[in-house]
Ligand binder design. Structure first.
Ligand SMILES: [Zn+2]
Length: 337
Protein backbone atom coordinates (compact mmCIF):
# COMPACT_ATOMS: atom_id res chain seq x y z
CA UNK A 1 0.00 0.00 0.00
CA UNK A 2 1.34 3.32 -0.90
CA UNK A 3 0.92 6.36 1.12
CA UNK A 4 2.47 9.61 1.79
CA UNK A 5 3.22 10.67 5.24
CA UNK A 6 5.20 13.16 7.07
CA UNK A 7 8.46 11.88 8.33
CA UNK A 8 11.12 13.32 10.38
CA UNK A 9 13.64 14.99 8.52
CA UNK A 10 15.11 17.63 9.58
CA UNK A 11 24.43 15.48 -7.80
CA UNK A 12 26.87 16.25 -10.46
CA UNK A 13 30.51 16.19 -11.08
CA UNK A 14 32.77 19.01 -10.78
CA UNK A 15 36.19 20.08 -11.60
CA UNK A 16 38.31 19.43 -8.64
CA UNK A 17 39.88 22.72 -9.33
CA UNK A 18 36.76 24.38 -8.12
CA UNK A 19 36.76 22.27 -4.99
CA UNK A 20 40.24 23.27 -4.25
CA UNK A 21 39.51 26.79 -5.19
CA UNK A 22 36.71 26.87 -2.72
CA UNK A 23 38.96 25.62 -0.02
CA UNK A 24 41.74 27.92 -0.80
CA UNK A 25 39.83 30.94 -1.72
CA UNK A 26 40.38 32.54 1.60
CA UNK A 27 44.03 31.82 1.70
CA UNK A 28 45.56 31.90 -1.68
CA UNK A 29 44.82 33.45 -4.95
CA UNK A 30 45.49 32.38 -8.45
CA UNK A 31 43.84 30.99 -11.27
CA UNK A 32 41.95 28.08 -12.28
CA UNK A 33 39.04 29.89 -13.49
CA UNK A 34 36.09 27.72 -13.40
CA UNK A 35 34.12 28.80 -12.65
CA UNK A 36 1.93 15.03 -6.72
CA UNK A 37 -1.19 16.10 -5.88
CA UNK A 38 -3.38 15.83 -8.93
CA UNK A 39 -6.21 13.67 -9.81
CA UNK A 40 -5.55 10.13 -10.75
CA UNK A 41 -5.21 9.47 -14.40
CA UNK A 42 -6.74 6.43 -15.88
CA UNK A 43 -4.22 4.43 -14.00
CA UNK A 44 -5.24 3.32 -10.62
CA UNK A 45 -2.80 4.58 -8.12
CA UNK A 46 -3.80 3.37 -4.79
CA UNK A 47 -1.78 6.05 -3.26
CA UNK A 48 -2.14 9.70 -3.30
CA UNK A 49 0.66 10.81 -5.45
CA UNK A 50 3.13 12.53 -3.26
CA UNK A 51 2.83 16.21 -3.16
CA UNK A 52 2.47 18.45 -6.03
CA UNK A 53 4.61 20.66 -7.94
CA UNK A 54 4.73 23.86 -9.69
CA UNK A 55 6.31 26.33 -8.88
CA UNK A 56 15.29 33.08 -10.69
CA UNK A 57 18.13 34.39 -10.91
CA UNK A 58 21.12 33.95 -13.08
CA UNK A 59 24.63 34.79 -12.72
CA UNK A 60 26.87 32.10 -11.58
CA UNK A 61 29.92 32.84 -9.72
CA UNK A 62 32.84 31.57 -11.54
CA UNK A 63 35.07 30.30 -8.93
CA UNK A 64 38.63 31.16 -9.15
CA UNK A 65 41.76 30.36 -7.44
CA UNK A 66 43.78 27.47 -8.34
CA UNK A 67 45.81 25.73 -6.01
CA UNK A 68 47.69 22.82 -5.01
CA UNK A 69 45.78 20.01 -3.65
CA UNK A 70 45.99 20.29 0.08
CA UNK A 71 45.00 16.78 0.79
CA UNK A 72 44.78 13.94 -1.56
CA UNK A 73 46.34 13.85 -4.89
CA UNK A 74 44.02 14.24 -7.74
CA UNK A 75 44.96 13.28 -11.20
CA UNK A 76 45.43 16.39 -13.09
CA UNK A 77 46.36 19.61 -11.55
CA UNK A 78 45.34 23.07 -12.40
CA UNK A 79 44.91 23.45 -16.05
CA UNK A 80 43.11 20.24 -16.62
CA UNK A 81 39.76 21.73 -16.03
CA UNK A 82 39.30 23.59 -19.19
CA UNK A 83 36.50 21.32 -20.17
CA UNK A 84 34.70 21.98 -16.99
CA UNK A 85 32.10 19.42 -17.66
CA UNK A 86 31.68 15.98 -16.40
CA UNK A 87 31.31 12.84 -18.26
CA UNK A 88 28.41 10.66 -17.25
CA UNK A 89 29.83 7.95 -15.13
CA UNK A 90 32.86 10.00 -14.33
CA UNK A 91 31.71 10.88 -10.89
CA UNK A 92 33.50 10.28 -7.72
CA UNK A 93 35.97 13.04 -8.03
CA UNK A 94 35.56 13.69 -4.37
CA UNK A 95 36.45 10.11 -3.73
CA UNK A 96 39.92 11.12 -4.67
CA UNK A 97 40.01 13.93 -2.20
CA UNK A 98 41.18 13.14 1.27
CA UNK A 99 38.70 12.80 4.09
CA UNK A 100 39.95 16.00 5.64
CA UNK A 101 39.15 17.96 2.50
CA UNK A 102 35.77 16.37 2.17
CA UNK A 103 35.04 17.15 5.80
CA UNK A 104 35.98 20.78 5.21
CA UNK A 105 33.71 21.02 2.22
CA UNK A 106 30.87 19.47 4.18
CA UNK A 107 31.42 21.95 6.96
CA UNK A 108 31.55 24.84 4.55
CA UNK A 109 28.08 23.95 3.35
CA UNK A 110 26.66 23.20 6.78
CA UNK A 111 26.53 19.42 6.57
CA UNK A 112 27.32 17.37 9.66
CA UNK A 113 29.03 14.71 7.59
CA UNK A 114 30.41 14.53 4.07
CA UNK A 115 28.12 12.76 1.63
CA UNK A 116 28.89 9.07 1.30
CA UNK A 117 30.63 8.14 -1.91
CA UNK A 118 28.60 6.09 -4.36
CA UNK A 119 30.04 2.92 -5.81
CA UNK A 120 31.03 2.86 -9.44
CA UNK A 121 27.98 2.82 -11.69
CA UNK A 122 27.01 -0.59 -13.02
CA UNK A 123 28.79 -1.63 -16.20
CA UNK A 124 25.46 -2.79 -17.52
CA UNK A 125 22.35 -0.85 -16.58
CA UNK A 126 19.72 -2.87 -14.76
CA UNK A 127 16.54 -3.81 -16.59
CA UNK A 128 13.85 -1.54 -15.24
CA UNK A 129 10.22 -2.61 -15.38
CA UNK A 130 6.97 -0.89 -14.47
CA UNK A 131 6.11 -1.00 -10.80
CA UNK A 132 3.14 -3.12 -9.92
CA UNK A 133 0.04 -0.97 -9.76
CA UNK A 134 1.50 1.61 -12.16
CA UNK A 135 0.58 -0.15 -15.40
CA UNK A 136 -1.69 1.41 -17.99
CA UNK A 137 -4.61 -0.30 -19.69
CA UNK A 138 -3.43 -2.17 -22.71
CA UNK A 139 0.17 -1.44 -21.88
CA UNK A 140 2.98 -3.87 -22.47
CA UNK A 141 6.72 -4.13 -22.19
CA UNK A 142 7.23 -2.05 -25.29
CA UNK A 143 6.19 1.11 -23.41
CA UNK A 144 8.65 3.06 -21.28
CA UNK A 145 8.62 1.61 -17.75
CA UNK A 146 7.10 3.65 -14.91
CA UNK A 147 8.91 3.12 -11.63
CA UNK A 148 9.75 4.69 -8.29
CA UNK A 149 12.85 2.68 -7.40
CA UNK A 150 15.69 1.47 -9.60
CA UNK A 151 16.49 -2.21 -9.18
CA UNK A 152 19.91 -2.30 -7.54
CA UNK A 153 21.56 -3.74 -4.50
CA UNK A 154 23.83 -0.73 -4.23
CA UNK A 155 23.13 1.38 -1.20
CA UNK A 156 22.35 4.38 -3.34
CA UNK A 157 19.42 6.69 -3.89
CA UNK A 158 18.80 9.16 -6.71
CA UNK A 159 18.07 12.84 -6.34
CA UNK A 160 15.78 14.45 -8.88
CA UNK A 161 14.67 18.10 -9.05
CA UNK A 162 11.58 19.20 -10.93
CA UNK A 163 10.05 22.23 -12.63
CA UNK A 164 12.73 24.93 -12.54
CA UNK A 165 11.32 28.11 -11.03
CA UNK A 166 14.18 28.72 -8.60
CA UNK A 167 17.56 29.31 -10.16
CA UNK A 168 19.89 29.64 -7.24
CA UNK A 169 23.59 29.91 -8.17
CA UNK A 170 24.52 28.63 -4.72
CA UNK A 171 22.80 25.35 -5.45
CA UNK A 172 25.04 24.70 -8.42
CA UNK A 173 28.12 25.57 -6.45
CA UNK A 174 27.11 23.48 -3.46
CA UNK A 175 26.28 20.37 -5.46
CA UNK A 176 29.45 20.77 -7.46
CA UNK A 177 31.72 21.16 -4.48
CA UNK A 178 30.06 18.36 -2.55
CA UNK A 179 30.00 16.20 -5.68
CA UNK A 180 26.34 15.29 -5.28
CA UNK A 181 24.76 14.11 -8.53
CA UNK A 182 21.19 15.04 -9.39
CA UNK A 183 18.88 15.06 -12.36
CA UNK A 184 16.65 17.89 -13.48
CA UNK A 185 13.15 17.41 -14.91
CA UNK A 186 12.33 20.71 -16.52
CA UNK A 187 9.06 22.38 -17.50
CA UNK A 188 9.73 24.99 -20.14
CA UNK A 189 7.40 27.62 -18.74
CA UNK A 190 9.56 27.77 -15.62
CA UNK A 191 12.87 27.59 -17.42
CA UNK A 192 12.55 29.68 -20.57
CA UNK A 193 13.53 32.91 -18.82
CA UNK A 194 16.97 31.52 -18.10
CA UNK A 195 18.12 28.48 -20.04
CA UNK A 196 21.65 29.53 -19.17
CA UNK A 197 21.25 28.49 -15.56
CA UNK A 198 20.38 24.95 -16.51
CA UNK A 199 23.02 24.94 -19.20
CA UNK A 200 25.54 25.63 -16.47
CA UNK A 201 24.04 22.83 -14.38
CA UNK A 202 24.38 20.54 -17.39
CA UNK A 203 28.04 21.45 -17.78
CA UNK A 204 28.48 20.47 -14.16
CA UNK A 205 27.09 17.03 -14.87
CA UNK A 206 23.36 17.44 -14.25
CA UNK A 207 21.10 15.40 -16.48
CA UNK A 208 18.46 17.52 -18.24
CA UNK A 209 15.16 15.67 -18.62
CA UNK A 210 11.58 16.28 -19.75
CA UNK A 211 8.73 17.44 -17.48
CA UNK A 212 6.48 18.95 -20.24
CA UNK A 213 6.18 22.45 -21.64
CA UNK A 214 3.53 23.82 -19.26
CA UNK A 215 3.10 21.29 -16.47
CA UNK A 216 -0.49 20.24 -17.22
CA UNK A 217 -2.50 17.36 -15.85
CA UNK A 218 -1.78 15.16 -18.85
CA UNK A 219 -4.68 12.66 -18.63
CA UNK A 220 -7.01 15.62 -19.05
CA UNK A 221 -5.58 16.49 -22.45
CA UNK A 222 -6.34 15.14 -25.91
CA UNK A 223 -3.77 12.98 -27.65
CA UNK A 224 -2.65 16.00 -29.66
CA UNK A 225 -2.49 18.11 -26.53
CA UNK A 226 -0.30 15.60 -24.73
CA UNK A 227 1.88 15.28 -27.80
CA UNK A 228 2.46 19.02 -27.85
CA UNK A 229 3.38 19.07 -24.18
CA UNK A 230 5.70 16.07 -24.20
CA UNK A 231 7.27 16.11 -27.64
CA UNK A 232 7.36 19.90 -27.70
CA UNK A 233 9.54 19.81 -24.60
CA UNK A 234 11.76 17.21 -26.23
CA UNK A 235 12.36 19.63 -29.10
CA UNK A 236 13.13 22.56 -26.82
CA UNK A 237 15.53 20.63 -24.65
CA UNK A 238 17.33 19.29 -27.69
CA UNK A 239 17.60 22.78 -29.10
CA UNK A 240 18.64 24.50 -25.89
CA UNK A 241 20.79 21.80 -24.33
CA UNK A 242 21.98 19.85 -27.33
CA UNK A 243 20.66 16.50 -26.26
CA UNK A 244 17.29 14.84 -26.54
CA UNK A 245 16.21 13.46 -23.17
CA UNK A 246 15.41 9.79 -22.69
CA UNK A 247 13.80 10.31 -19.27
CA UNK A 248 10.38 11.87 -18.78
CA UNK A 249 8.37 12.58 -15.65
CA UNK A 250 4.70 13.49 -16.02
CA UNK A 251 3.54 16.42 -13.87
CA UNK A 252 2.08 15.26 -10.54
CA UNK A 253 3.01 11.72 -11.51
CA UNK A 254 -0.22 11.47 -13.53
CA UNK A 255 -0.32 9.75 -16.89
CA UNK A 256 -2.31 7.37 -19.05
CA UNK A 257 -1.61 5.04 -21.94
CA UNK A 258 -1.45 7.89 -24.44
CA UNK A 259 1.17 9.61 -22.30
CA UNK A 260 3.49 6.63 -22.48
CA UNK A 261 2.90 5.97 -26.17
CA UNK A 262 3.52 9.60 -27.04
CA UNK A 263 6.62 9.78 -24.86
CA UNK A 264 7.99 6.70 -26.55
CA UNK A 265 7.27 8.16 -29.98
CA UNK A 266 9.54 11.12 -29.36
CA UNK A 267 12.46 9.34 -27.77
CA UNK A 268 11.61 8.65 -24.13
CA UNK A 269 12.94 5.36 -22.78
CA UNK A 270 11.86 5.49 -19.14
CA UNK A 271 9.47 7.29 -16.80
CA UNK A 272 11.00 7.62 -13.34
CA UNK A 273 8.55 8.73 -10.65
CA UNK A 274 9.66 8.84 -7.01
CA UNK A 275 9.47 6.97 -3.74
CA UNK A 276 10.05 9.90 -1.40
CA UNK A 277 9.78 13.65 -1.66
CA UNK A 278 12.15 16.05 0.07
CA UNK A 279 11.31 19.47 1.51
CA UNK A 280 13.54 21.81 3.50
CA UNK A 281 11.84 20.75 6.73
CA UNK A 282 10.58 17.22 6.19
CA UNK A 283 10.36 14.18 3.95
CA UNK A 284 7.22 12.61 2.57
CA UNK A 285 7.34 8.88 1.98
CA UNK A 286 5.50 6.62 -0.39
CA UNK A 287 6.08 3.52 1.71
CA UNK A 288 4.65 2.89 5.13
CA UNK A 289 8.07 2.19 6.59
CA UNK A 290 8.98 5.83 6.00
CA UNK A 291 12.45 4.85 4.99
CA UNK A 292 14.83 4.83 2.07
CA UNK A 293 15.55 1.66 0.11
CA UNK A 294 18.36 0.85 -2.33
CA UNK A 295 17.59 2.50 -5.64
CA UNK A 296 14.86 4.82 -4.36
CA UNK A 297 14.25 7.93 -6.39
CA UNK A 298 13.84 11.09 -4.32
CA UNK A 299 11.84 13.96 -5.74
CA UNK A 300 12.37 17.56 -4.89
CA UNK A 301 11.90 20.86 -6.72
CA UNK A 302 13.75 23.94 -7.82
CA UNK A 303 11.94 26.16 -5.35
CA UNK A 304 12.94 28.99 -3.11
CA UNK A 305 11.87 30.83 -0.02
CA UNK A 306 8.86 32.24 -1.80
CA UNK A 307 7.43 28.77 -2.20
CA UNK A 308 8.61 26.89 0.82
CA UNK A 309 10.32 27.47 4.10
CA UNK A 310 13.94 27.49 3.07
CA UNK A 311 16.42 27.95 0.28
CA UNK A 312 17.68 25.33 -2.14
CA UNK A 313 20.80 24.91 -0.06
CA UNK A 314 18.64 24.42 3.06
CA UNK A 315 16.79 21.75 1.12
CA UNK A 316 20.01 19.97 0.18
CA UNK A 317 21.29 20.09 3.76
CA UNK A 318 18.07 18.51 4.97
CA UNK A 319 17.82 15.78 2.39
CA UNK A 320 21.51 14.93 2.64
CA UNK A 321 21.20 14.55 6.39
CA UNK A 322 18.42 12.03 5.86
CA UNK A 323 20.32 10.22 3.12
CA UNK A 324 23.69 10.12 4.86
CA UNK A 325 22.35 9.30 8.32
CA UNK A 326 20.56 6.31 6.84
CA UNK A 327 23.73 5.10 5.19
CA UNK A 328 23.03 5.92 1.55
CA UNK A 329 25.08 7.63 -1.12
CA UNK A 330 23.53 9.65 -3.93
CA UNK A 331 24.20 8.20 -7.37
CA UNK A 332 23.42 9.56 -10.80
CA UNK A 333 20.11 8.36 -12.20
CA UNK A 334 21.36 8.48 -15.78
CA UNK A 335 24.14 6.06 -14.85
CA UNK A 336 21.57 3.43 -13.91
CA UNK A 337 18.66 4.08 -16.27
ZN1 LIG B 1 6.45 19.28 -11.52
Amino acid sequence: MLRSGRGRGPGAHRPVCAVLAALLVAAVGSGCASGADGQPGDIEHRDRPLAGNPGSNPELNPAATPGTNPAAGHPGGPGQHAGRGRVPGGAHENAQLGPAVRAKLAKKWGLDKPPLIAPRPPAVKPRVTTREGFEVKGGDDSLPPVFTTVPTKDRVVFLTMDDGSEKDPELLQMMDELDIPYSAFLSDYEVSDNYGYFGEAQRLGVGINNHTLNHPYLPGLSYAGQEREICGEQEIIEKQFGKRPTLFRPPYGNYNGDTLRIAKSCGIKAVPLWNAEAFPDHMEWREEDEDLHPGDIILTHFRGRGEWDGSMTDLVRAVMKTVTDRGYAVARLEDYV
